[in-house]
Design a protein around this ligand. Sequence first.
Ligand SMILES: [Zn+2]
Length: 388
Amino acid sequence: MITVALALALAPGGRHRLDVPLPPAPREHFGHGDALVDGRLPATAREPGTPTTLFVNFDGVDLGHCNPSNSIKNCHWYNDASPIPAFSGSLQTRVSILQAMRRHADMFGVRITAVRPRSGHYTMLVYGGTEEDFGALGSAPSGDCYDAYPDEIGFVHLDGELVDWVVAGATTSLHEAAHTWGLDHVDLESEIMYPEGDNTPTAFDDACHGIVADVDLTPGGQSCPELNTALCGAPDRQDSVQALVELFGPPYVDETAPSIELVEPHDGAYFQVPGDFEVELELDDDLHPQNYAMWAWLDGDARPAEPNLTVAPGFHVSALPVGHWRFHVAIADEAGNESTLSFEVEVGVDPPPEPEPSHGCALGPAAPDRTVLLAALPLLLAAARRKR
Ligand SMILES: [Zn+2]
């Protein structure tokens, strides 16, 4: 039998319902108790107690059709008729949502990133569209006990009027992700798996609570009676924290340093005095994006004691005098893993040389590529010193 995220009536008391009522899945793929075949998980299932990745896709998608949904193949059995636009919230808002999600998930092995993984299993949350357009704060396939289908896709609709709902952004995302992992609604209002929500903080609760089928808190609808019995001694009670630990093991530990790539200027670039340019960096990290600590200094100067904290590392250099200059940049992620980068620029009196004439397309000298300007942090280089 098929279960989907449970259909809900309009939320009383001004709270928002968390799940869009969904059409039935076009064919069976999982349901109550189906995760176990002859008492064992099917061969396709992921191994319980091993970590997974949750990819929050803020960038919009155009999903193809498939069942069950599949993040790697980018397809689903609903919300596949038209594209879902990118989330309109700022990078800082996205980072705040991810940070809140990571705090909620710090009891079990889920890595949360907004960068699509290049390999391995991952759950995808499409974060886009409005509650008004979709009818609830989110939706997801449910009933996948033991996360036997580890590449499912859920949806969060908090754009528009709710664009700044960071608390609800995090809790709704985890609510929908947890549905794809086989968790059900419970009857505790302060729990993330309560069937209604708003921007009030909730959390996964490490205690057994009654599983409910709707916002009237009607008992029933459990997807994973074997796991519930193992953890709570009853098929119709759920301990969200213990269930997630059972599925994903101990907390994800960030031991990966960010990678830094210099986008602009190129190493060895020449500028006419006074040197005035943006330093644009491209970062990648296992928990990207996040708040990075950045130190930037000139060769021969001391590294600054205090970093700049930024979601978009990069800085502006102004009034750099004539000379050869070597810059050092160090960037640390929130766990303190650090990487460094060095590059040189030359500042001279003469204008920069004309670019080589191009063949076939004579539109004049190419303009410097400055189309991608990251939020720049001022790097105040006080006076001309320490040439190299
Ligand atoms: Zn739900």
